[in-house]
Design a protein around this ligand. Structure first.
Ligand code: 5AD
Length: 366
């Protein structure tokens, strides 16, 4: 295969075959990898512009019914303090974030049955009534009726990482979850009208480069509105303790390829990549990413949302994480978006499209 031609194809159309994806994932010379990442950055510039979207992440509960082998908040882990944020506290925090100028709140939780469909719908409705923020939910696999109710209540987006697009690996990692069911959830969410986020981990035990190609093919074929890609990080209180973390360069290649095959999807520089590499977020922003998700979970809860150890900014004040995020954006010569950052894949009206450009905004400056 000829790298020059392939890089050209990445920039021009991104319609890569499985063999081409595998070839690019296997690049290992620093110069060759740099060319791939630069091609992704070019696609990002052309398809998405320079504005970086900021999402306020609030981890509302670390209680989880699942036993995913890699995750620190898995149900069998008895060594963590479990918490649930009360509805009033969530709504109040959303109001504060809105006042600070944040345009999207992402509420994330373990799969926690305490938050019934009705409780979540109520929280969504109250936030929607009192703020202008876009609402993203990340509550795992739920019945279709719940997804529908929350959409009607005003939720805009739903993140449900597919974790791995390889059926066999999926089964090994998730003793109590079914690959087909997860896929059905993703398609149902799209059908209901959400902007849908998928995503995967890189370097999870048992994952081959071939399996990673499955993820890129999935992104190419499903065309998610958003996709979160982060390195696996071992947690000591899981069956996977002692495994090595995912590789930074491989994670960057995955982000780059996701950008190349999805063209205009919203791709976060994930907390996980910022946690394993000093400049991880900046590197991801230079390899196709266009979203950052500062953590606004109140500190007393945040320290317990330990899906993996040494999460970036886990002990720091939210204001600090916010500032750090803004500095990172500045370091990459980009600017902060001042629109809600809706999917670029929506068939949007001209008026909404007109608001998608993003301009420098003084009130959020550092
Ligand atoms: N390392 C990296 N990412 C993890 N996640 C869960 N556990 C880990 C880990 N040990 C990711 C999963 C999940 C998201 C919230 O965090 O992809 O969907």
């Amino acid at each position: 295969m000829n790298l020059d031609n392939l890089i050209q194809k990445c920039v021009a159309s991104g319609q890569l075959s499985r063999d081409e994806i595998l070839y690019l994932l296997n690049l290992d010379g620093d110069d060759d990898v740099a060319r791939l990442l630069r091609a992704a950055d070019d696609v990002r510039k052309a398809e998405c512009g320079d504005a970086v979207q900021i999402r306020a992440l609030v981890e509302i509960s670390n209680t989880c019914a699942r036993s995913c082998l890699y995750c620190g908040i898995r149900a069998p882990n008895k060594d963590i303090v479990r918490y649930r944020m009360p509805a009033d506290e969530i709504v109040e925090l959303a109001g504060e974030l809105n006042k600070k100028g944040l345009k999207t709140i992402v509420m994330q939780s373990g799969e926690d049955p305490y938050y019934t469909a009705g409780i979540v719908a109520d929280i969504v409705r109250r936030i929607k009534d009192s703020t202008q923020m876009a609402i993203t939910l990340c509550f795992g696999e739920r019945p279709e009726e719940d997804y529908r109710l929350w959409k009607q209540a005003g939720a805009d987006r739903y993140l449900l990482r597919h974790e791995t697009a390889n059926r066999d690996l999926y089964a090994k990692l998730h003793p109590d979850s079914d690959f087909d069911h997860r896929m059905r959830c993703l398609y149902a969410l799209r059908e209901i009208g959400y902007q849908v986020g998928a995503g995967c981990m890189v370097g999870i035990p048992g994952q081959s480069v071939d399996n990673m190609a499955d993820d890129i093919e999935f992104f190419r074929d499903f065309q998610p509105d958003m996709a979160g890609i982060g390195p696996y990080i071992p947690h000591p209180d899981t069956p996977f303790a002692g495994n090595p973390a995912g590789d930074v360069q491989m994670t960057l290649k995955m982000v780059a390829l996701a950008r190349i095959v999805t063209r205009n999807a919203l791709l976060p520089a994930t907390t996980a990549i910022g946690s394993i590499a000093e400049m991880g977020c900046e590197m991801a922003l230079d390899a196709g990413a266009d979203v950052v998700m500062p953590n606004y979970t109140p500190l007393k809860y945040r320290v317990h949302y330990e899906i993996y150890p040494n999460k970036r900014c886990i002990t720091e004040d939210p204001a600090f994480d916010d500032l750090a995020t803004r500095l990172q954006i500045q370091a990459t010569n980009r600017r902060i978006s001042n629109d809600p950052g809706h999917s670029r894949k929506l068939k949007i009206s001209k008026t909404l499209a007109d608001t998608q450009e993003g301009v420098p905004i003084p009130n959020l400056g550092i």
